[in-house]
Design a protein around this ligand. Structure first.
Ligand SMILES: NC(=O)c1ccc[n+]([C@@H]2O[C@H](COP(=O)([O-])OP(=O)(O)OC[C@H]3O[C@@H](n4cnc5c(N)ncnc54)[C@H](O)[C@@H]3O)[C@@H](O)[C@H]2O)c1
Ligand SMILES: [Zn+2]
Ligand SMILES: [Zn+2]
Length: 370
């Protein structure tokens, strides 16, 4: 048992309170990770703002990196001291999807219980009240006990905040392009929404050899940042005129529209735009997550008549143990400039302020440093 500090919400829709908490020792199949960095992703904001119903109290955060400080009974102690990135969907390794190599679809992941491997919380308040850990990794805390399958060793030279970003934003965005959609060299690509996820789609499109990369956002600063990451064209979206944005995307792409449109917001209006901008044979890749219960619309006739497609991309089809080290190596080789996504480093106590910035749309990726 040790004392930790964590960012806790009572339940979805409640503000974050920084609390002193007690962390259990790692059990069989678990490791204790001292956190070095945690990212502030829009998925955290969906929970914080009550868009997704979640039980509490819960330690927030699902994008993080740290150092292994203890291992549970039976695990190799030589792992102690190793820097790791955390995955928010620790694979069970036993279900049909895990066995088929599709770990991003694992529905038996211990992470879905937001607790330890045995299903009981690893964190408690001083009075003994149990506290959940979001997706079993609750990265907005000084340390956590997590399933051993949630940690992936990082190569030397990868800064903690870069490793943390690989844990969600980078794997989600780069993977959506290179793994889920499998964009080929010479394809044209548009990305609507340039937060940590959309900017990672831009980097992925460059990596894949896309011919035109069209960056779309309501923020001029985000468009400029996308330009430094490889975007070749841009559209400054006016939310009051969605049809004009669709026309501008088509014009920028040429050939009737982009082969792929990535929606990285989770807004029914931009989801509809991502379908409307497609030429015949084009594919809309939905990466952004909507509020629970929200619907989106499109007209089926031209969609079917033109052989268009819509696909959903969860976690960029990531197999963490394989893909995280690969993205880290691309970073070290200068081919994924992940550090450029980071526009603020902050303390754990400033997380509510970071949520305010994210809500306003002015933040790229904000990283908590421990
Ligand atoms: N599929 C997955 O596995 C997965 C993983 C992580 C995050 N997500 C989701 O991806 C989405 C993006 O996450 P993020 O952290 O990058 O968010 P973010 O808030 O940092 O970025 C959203 C961007 O969209 C822009 N935007 C807002 N309205 C717009 C409009 N009408 N037109 C054009 N641009 C607009 C904002 O200016 C901002 O730059 C969220 O819904 C998040 O929950 C999905
Ligand atoms: Zn995330
Ligand atoms: Zn599984």
């Amino acid at each position: 048992m040790r004392e930790i500090t964590g960012a806790v919400i009572e339940g979805s829709g409640s503000p974050v309170v920084i609390e002193e908490l007690l962390l259990a020792d790692p059990g069989p199949g678990e490791v204790l990770v001292r956190m070095t960095s945690a990212g502030v992703c829009h998925s955290d904001l969906h929970v914080r703002d009550g868009h997704w119903e979640r039980q509490g109290p819960v330690v927030m955060g699902h994008e993080g990196a740290g150092i292994i400080e203890e291992v549970g009974p039976g695990l190799d102690p030589s792992a102690i001291g190793r820097p790791v990135a955390l995955t928010w969907l620790a694979p069970c390794l036993r279900c049909r999807d895990c066995q088929r190599g599709r770990q991003w679809l694992c529905q038996s992941s211990p992470a879905l219980r937001h607790a330890g491997l045995d299903g009981t919380p690893r964190v408690a308040r001083a009075d003994g009240q149990p506290v959940l850990s979001y997706l079993s990794i609750g990265t907005m805390s000084t340390a956590q006990v997590v399933p051993a399958t949630a940690v992936v060793p990082m190569p030397d030279g990868v800064p903690p905040e870069v490793a943390a970003l690989i844990g969600c934003g980078v794997s989600t965005g780069v993977g959506a392009v290179v793994k889920t959609a499998q964009v080929a060299a010479g394809d044209t690509v548009a990305i609507i929404g340039l937060g940590g996820v959309g900017l990672s789609c831009v980097m992925g499109a460059l990596l894949a050899g896309a011919r035109r990369i069209i960056a779309v956002d309501i923020s001029r600063a985000k468009i400029d940042l996308a330009g430094t990451l490889g975007a070749t064209h841009w559209v400054h979206a006016d939310p009051a005129n969605p049809a004009a944005t669709v026309e501008a995307i088509k014009t920028a792409a040429g050939d009737g529209g982009p082969d792929f449109v990535f929606e990285a917001i989770g807004n029914p209006v931009t989801i509809a735009q991502s379908v409307a901008a497609l030429p015949p044979g084009g594919t809309a890749v939905l990466v952004g997550l909507t509020r629970f219960g929200q619907l989106a619309q499109f007209e089926p006739f031209p969609f079917v008549d033109g052989g268009r497609r819509i696909i959903g991309s969860n976690y960029g089809s990531a197999v963490a143990a394989v893909d995280f080290p690969k993205y880290a190596e691309f970073y070290l080789a200068g081919r994924l400039p992940i550090d450029k996504l980071i526009d603020r480093r902050l303390a754990l106590a400033e997380v509510e302020d970071a949520f305010d910035r994210l809500r306003s749309g002015s933040a790229a990726r904000q990283m908590i440093m421990f």
